[in-house]
Write a protein that binds this ligand. Structure first.
Ligand code: CU
Length: 114
């Protein structure tokens, strides 16, 4: 839990929250949700997820190999998660992200924020 890479990832997540006014409104209304993406069998489930601005996603690694959720354009990175570890990021604004696992290029996912 104190791995430096993980802390950096959380800071990036917090930075994403600060951006748009719509996210602030959504959070003030108390309608945010934390979604779960399970990493198991060398894939993200669900691989494609749609959330609302201000929501969070928790990635949980249930595999033996280490995995990450790493944005293709560098917007976020959970860092490598060992078996049983998780990381949570909050997404502030509408948009779309495509991400992959750093060690396993064929592990792909998308996040759509409405
Ligand atoms: Cu992986």
């Amino acid at each position: 839990m104190t791995h430096p890479t993980r802390r950096d990832a959380l800071r990036l997540g917090a930075a994403l929250v600060a951006l748009p006014l719509t996210a602030t409104v959504a959070r003030a209304a108390g309608h945010t949700t934390t979604h779960t993406v399970v990493i198991k069998g060398m894939k993200f489930t669900p691989a494609d997820i749609t959330i609302k601005a201000g929501d969070s996603i928790t990635w949980i690694n249930e595999d033996r190999p280490r995995h990450s959720a790493t944005d293709l354009n560098g917007a976020f990175d959970t860092g490598l998660l060992a078996n049983g570890e998780s990381a949570t990021l909050t997404f502030g604004g509408a948009g779309q992200f495509s991400y992959r696992c750093t060690p396993h290029a064929n592990m792909r996912g998308t996040i759509t924020i409405t």
